[in-house]
Design a protein around this ligand. Structure first.
Ligand SMILES: [Zn+2]
Length: 199
């Protein structure tokens, strides 16, 4: 017989699957919830289920949204001439916080990484190329992470996009190499956006 009831062990196991949560943190979260009133666990469970049921990908930019198209694609005050390409939805949030960029986005949902067996077809690249064919689109800003995978993805995108006659730019250096866009502070991001260069 285990000292941990099976239902408790199951929750610890589920928490352990989350990024950045080790077995110790998973146990701490579980035993915290055990000590709290039942309403707290119910609210957490409902939030999890609603989040999955109510959200989907925007059919234009592939950001996560409750409404399709998403509020950014839907916003007529945003410029249609510039598309900023990012790896993850959290990168959109980071760039939006700068209030510097007034165009639209495109979320790839990852980066090319042969080690992890992620190729161009696993990302929303074909959809981006289709969007770039719209004559209203004049600039594509490649804002993939300044990591090996992010750079490889930017190079690949450049090759796909340049023949379409669209201007392709890349965020300026100044972003920490090997870092994640979502962790960059606003000043660094604003500078990187302003100093973007032709690819
Ligand atoms: Zn959208």
């Amino acid at each position: 017989m285990s000292a941990v009831p099976q239902t408790v062990a199951r929750l610890i196991d589920e928490f352990s699957r989350l990024p950045g949560v080790g077995p110790k943190t998973a146990s701490r979260l579980t035993y915290f919830l055990l000590r709290q009133p039942p309403e707290q666990s119910r609210a957490l469970a409902e939030a999890l289920i609603e989040m999955k049921e109510r959200t989907r990908f925007c059919s234009i930019c592939y950001n996560i949204t409750e409404d399709d198209p998403c509020p950014i694609c839907h916003d007529e005050n945003r410029q249609t001439g510039a598309i900023c390409v990012v790896e993850e939805p959290l990168d959109v949030l980071a760039l939006e916080r700068t209030r510097e960029f007034k165009g639209r986005y495109h979320v790839l949902h990852g980066a090319i990484s042969p080690v992890d067996d992620i190729g161009p077809d696993d990302l929303r690249i074909r959809e981006l190329v289709e969007r770039a064919k719209d004559p209203a689109v004049r600039e594509i800003i490649l804002a993939t992470n300044p990591s090996l995978e992010g750079e490889a993805t930017a190079m690949y995108l450049q090759k796909q996009l340049l023949p379409l006659g669209v201007r392709v730019t890349r965020l300026a250096r100044g972003l920490p190499v090997g870092g994640d866009l979502e962790y960059a502070d606003e000043t660094t991001l604003i500078r990187a956006l302003q100093g973007r260069s032709e690819m």
